[in-house]
Design a binder for this molecule. Structure first.
Ligand SMILES: Nc1ncnc2c1ncn2[C@@H]1O[C@H](COP(=O)(O)OP(=O)(O)OP(=O)(O)O)[C@@H](O)[C@H]1O
Ligand SMILES: [Mg+2]
Length: 261
């Protein structure tokens, strides 16, 4: 099977700091693949490079056999890769619905602003965007909150808005940066179910997460990063038994599989 995403020999420097070195991996279609590693390992930097926010210092990235490492983030989103952010990025002065509608604009002709601000001649597209955004709010379980502003929602619900918006571009690959951070055990299970349902829609998921219960439960493949390098790769069982991984996480309670209250 051809990989959906292929990363080859990625390096990223920030001034004198080498954040990534020799990182290579692939993501096949319709899989949940996790990237784990201690704080500062380079996980978010990988997402920032894949999504075109940073350009790599070295290395190549292919998405569906096409080079994307020199494309703008907008073009990368149009090709079918979307993402969420470690620190939720939503617009607090827009309603839940508008926050999701803003994600729909790459695939419409008239663009987001003409839709939300209702310029003439785009009624059909506006309706299309509205229905798609509503569908996505149903999918993440926020349809009844559509007219509210994000500040009146819980942190978990704000994360769900961001996920719905990321789905709005109809991605084939979605990058989720710590979707369970700050959530309690019950909310984390809900997020796990949602990630699984996203996969069932035929979308591949690249997941960065510190919650090891979540990672081990839902991922088919895991990459372990430490100080910018891949130190292990395999299925959850292989990774949990890998000596380098155990040494990296030694003393870190996050690697111990115990449920939060
Ligand atoms: N824009 C930047 N400018 C300078 N250094 C950066 C920048 N972004 C990341 N870094 C550095 O790159 C390294 C990797 O950071 P990154 O955010 O990718 O880690 P991470 O694995 O996502 O960590 P965490 O689990 O804490 O989110 C760190 O040393 C970080 O300080
Ligand atoms: Mg990070």
């Amino acid at each position: 099977m051809n990989p959906l995403l292929r990363i080859e020999d990625l390096r990223k420097e920030f001034g004198g700091i080498v954040a990534l070195e020799g990182v290579s991996f692939t993501v096949i279609p319709n899989i949940i693949k996790a990237i784990i590693g201690p704080n500062g390992a380079g996980k978010t930097t990988i997402f920032n490079i894949i999504s075109g926010i940073y350009s790599p210092s070295k290395g190549k990235i292919w998405f569906k056999e096409e080079r994307i490492d020199k494309l703008s983030s907008h073009l990368i989103a149009m090709r079918g890769i979307s993402r969420t952010f470690q620190n939720v990025q939503i617009f607090n002065n827009m309603t839940v619905l508008e926050n999701v509608m803003i994600g729909c604009h790459p695939w419409t002709r008239s663009g987001f602003f003409s839709c939300v601000f209702k310029t003439k001649g785009n009624y059909k597209e506006e309706k299309k965007i509205y229905s798609r955004a509503m569908e996505l709010l149903e999918f993440v379980g926020l349809a009844d909150k559509r007219s509210l502003f994000p500040s009146s929602l819980t942190f978990q619900q704000q994360r769900l808005i961001e996920i719905a918006r990321a789905l709005a571009t109809n991605p084939e690959l979605i990058l989720l940066d710590e979707p369970a951070a700050g959530l309690n055990a019950r909310e984390t299970i809900k997020i796990a179910e949602l990630i699984y349902r996203i996969k069932e829609e035929g979308i591949s998921i690249l997941l960065v997460e510190h919650d090891m219960d979540l990672v081990m439960d839902i991922s088919q493949e895991i990459i372990v990063l430490n100080s910018g390098r891949v130190i292990a790769e395999g299925n959850p069982r292989e990774v949990q038994n890998n000596e380098k991984v155990i040494a990296t996480y030694l003393g870190e309670k996050e690697f111990v599989k115990d449920k939060k209250p």
